[in-house]
Design a protein around this ligand. Sequence first.
Ligand code: GDP
Ligand code: IMO
Ligand code: MG
Length: 445
Amino acid sequence: MNRSTATAVVGLQWGDEGKGKVVDLLAASHDVIARYNGGANAGHTVVVEGERYALHLLPSGILSEDKMCVIGNGVVVDPRQLLVEIDALAERGITVDARRLLVSDRAHVVMPYHKEHDAALETALAGAADQGDENLSIGTTRRGIGPTYADKVHRSLAIRMGDLLDEQVLRRRLDIVCAIRGRELEALGVDLPPLDPEALATEYHTLGQRLAPHITDTVYALHDAAAEGRRILFEGANACLLDIDHGTFPYVTSSNCSTLGIPSGTGLPGTVISDVVGIVKAYGTRVGEGPFPTEDLGEAGERIRERGHEYGTTTGRPRRCGWLDLVAVKYSAMVCGCTSLAVMLLDVLSGFESLQLCTAYRLPDGTVSDRFIPDARRLAQVQPVWETMDGWAAEIDGMTTMDALPAEARAYLDRIAGYVGCPVEIASVGPDRKQTIRCTEAATL
Ligand code: GDP
Ligand code: IMO
Ligand code: MG
């Protein structure tokens, strides 16, 4: 196998760093674009010549006409949502045929009862918190992600994409699953008509038949592509600090969204990856619950939210905003093995007189540490140690070279690269493909 065939794109904060834009850019120099984790909880926005596309399950590479896209075995697939996205692209003149999209037969299926379970549990826990209990709700996207991965790990009641193709198997499985899940949903207080296994089997077999041309063994397909020397681009969904093992547990998602999820989520060994591009938003955002040491609840956070249009692509929720946490970014770059960084949404910071960067944490005992704490309860107790840098007044969204950028903006990028120990190869100054600056002459991206 060619050992240097693959690039990974991964978010280094809590999501929404601008991964979709970078994947779209890098798709041009790759042949295959593969998702390895997550599901429709992701929302990747790509702007191409003024046209805006919001993708949740389809890899962002699908917007580049001649690319093969893969939904790997580590993804959880909501077939209804996938077909909505395929149909929406078709209406806009982008055809997603079986040659362009492969879906793993081993990817697990998000069923309606997973979404109901996700929403019911979140509502119950938020309700308990309102009554004075500890708040155990996570602020999920309610896309059924947790319950689907739970079924995968639990095994017996799981349904995989390949199962949708055999109506008898599906029908028999759903008879049992619906009886058990129905009782669980009732216990959670879900006030919906009982689950109907017959209707579900018919609907999901029909969805499976529509997707059948795409459903295949993607592990062999990816190995074949690598063996032929085709360049593979892995598109991370969610982000390193939401990784089930390495993020701010329990306020995380249910998959390995760091690059460590690539081998298990695609069946390709990590040795195929030669480049790892860490995507960093020039400031901090977070959606849902959980600690966020650099959150700014005042004027600066509000200004970032409005300038950056920081409202969720998937749920429309206002994102929590704050300053850049370099401790967190350096940790994520370490876990993901980043070889370069792309700093996104730099234009949003124009107009601030000064910028704050978190370079260390002050712990409850007064000591100072530059190590991240991937545990929600302990991370909630730290205070950021701030470094202040000069801001810049000029709007930079029309600038296309490093030389054009204000010196303060260049200094900001240098500080990020210096602290993290990784070169910044791309600076993004707007959502469009064109609003991208290659930062070094040696930039390979
Ligand atoms: P993802 O989930 O990491 O793909 O990111 P999202 O798409 O959820 O959120 C990033 C948002 O920022 C999208 O609306 C992008 O169109 C937009 N965006 C990406 N890069 C830039 C940039 O450099 N400047 C501005 N102003 N917007 C950007
Ligand atoms: P992209 O790919 C931002 C967050 C949710 C919630 C937690 C768990 O667009 O960067 P889940 O529905 O996964 O069980 O929710 O994780 N979350 C994201 N936040 N961007 C994402 O994806 C996210 N995917 C999950 O808000 O706090
Ligand atoms: Mg997003």
